[in-house]
Design a protein around this ligand. Structure first.
Ligand code: G1P
Length: 294
């Protein structure tokens, strides 16, 4: 057991109660977090990133219609039995690995009141420690896991860190956008952050991407945060409040990000990940080359 005042980060919160409206009708009765990217659901990529970053506890904020997520990370008695009987040991090992990766716990968010509210729901489990937040529809392909990169910045500055990347100006209204000064290569101190501003009002084109390292004092601010953009309690607004008390940093992570919660972003991620897949990549490349696209 680690001490409470040991400030290393070992818990990752996964908000997963959202309605997935950008991916309807696929997400009408199935969680968007369970959409398969090649052969694994989106949320598994996030959980693997958390584990590779050194986390030992994953806290998933779920809602109605999301039970498939819990089943995915649980043991699957019948399946494991069948695989054993049929001597499919490689598959068995893969299936067993999923439930053994890390300790999972679940909290129900009764109403989809926004990302800030989802994070607030994790307060009892976070229990006064600094923690990471991972949005599983942002898939980040990186040599050093993106969450680990943020943790490294946190360990140096001891204050909250958000992941950022540059986005085209015309898309800023889909993101939290920051105004910031660079304090070292790829690390910024945030001056202001605005949730989904119009292109005219955006202070920059540096967008927040779904990775955060937060400190437990965010909860007091989230409790005071009134509904903002879209009538939702926004994490961006909570962080803007926290910034009056302590600095907040941004890390321009090294890696490629896919917005897999969006149909086009999901297709791009699927093609790229399929091409890189050891057993499928070669055939798939040949297939694409044979399409003779104009
Ligand atoms: C959320 C955040 C936003 C951030 C984005 C990254 O928005 O509210 O600040 O830029 O994730 O993916 P959402 O995409 O859930 O609307």
């Amino acid at each position: 057991m680690r001490e409470k005042n040991d400030s290393s980060i070992r818990k990752a919160v996964f908000p997963a109660a959202g309605l997935g409206t950008r991916f309807l009708p696929a997400t009408k009765a199935s969680p968007k977090e369970m959409l398969p990217l090649v052969d694994k659901p989106l949320i598994q990529y996030g959980v693997e990133e958390a584990v590779a970053s050194g986390m030992d506890e994953v806290i998933i904020i779920t809602g109605r219609g999301k039970r498939a997520i819990e089943d995915h990370f649980d043991i699957s008695f019948e399946l494991e039995y069948e695989l054993k009987e049929k001597n499919k040991l490689k598959l068995l090992a893969e299936v067993e690995r999923i439930s053994n990766m890390v300790h999972f716990s679940y909290i129900r968010q009764k109403k989809a009141l926004g990302l800030g509210h989802a994070v607030l729901c994790s307060e009892p489990s976070v229990d006064g420690e600094p923690f990471a937040v991972i949005l599983s529809d942002d898939i980040i392909d990186a040599k050093t896991p993106a969450t680990r990169q943020l943790m490294d910045v946190y360990e140096k500055y001891r204050s909250p860190v958000v992941a950022i990347c540059e986005v085209p100006r015309e898309t800023v209204s889909s993101y939290g956008i920051i105004d910031a000064i660079e304090v070292e290569r790829g690390v910024y101190q945030v001056r202001e952050m605005v949730e989904k501003p119009s292109a005219e009002k955006a202070p920059s084109n540096l967008a927040i991407i779904g990775r955060y390292v937060l400190t437990p004092d965010i909860f007091d601010h989230l409790k005071q945060t009134r509904p903002g953009k879209g009538g939702e309690i926004q994490l961006t607004d909570g962080l803007q409040g926290l910034m009056k008390e302590r600095p907040v940093y941004a890390c321009r992570f090294r890696g490629v990000r896919y917005d897999a919660g969006d149909k086009l972003g999901f297709l791009k991620a699927t093609v790229e990940y399929a091409l890189k897949n050891q057993s499928l990549g070669g055939e798939f490349r040949k297939y694409l080359q044979g399409l003779n696209l104009k």
